[in-house]
Design a binder for this molecule. Structure first.
Ligand SMILES: [Zn+2]
Length: 73
């Protein structure tokens, strides 16, 4: 299965990510993140989590969704 980065559209080719890629006929593809875009996504995620104020947490965690509560704390 060929992996395509859903952010920059590069295609995984072995250990390399290529911008130009010739798809074979009937080639099966899946979408994901290349290492570069993954780093960017994670950095943005960390930043947005750091930016949560206590008030913001109260909003997010007021429900009974434990996973979200863990995220906020
Ligand atoms: Zn990418």
């Amino acid at each position: 299965m060929t992996k395509i980065c859903c952010v920059c559209q590069r295609v995984e080719n072995g250990s390399h990510w290529k911008e130009e890629y010739e798809f074979a006929e009937n080639e099966r593809v899946t979408h994901g993140y290349c290492p570069l875009c993954f780093d960017v996504i994670m950095a943005e995620l960390m930043e947005s989590m750091d930016g949560l104020s206590p008030e913001g947490c109260a909003v997010h965690c007021s429900g009974q969704e434990k996973e979200q509560q863990n995220l906020c704390v």
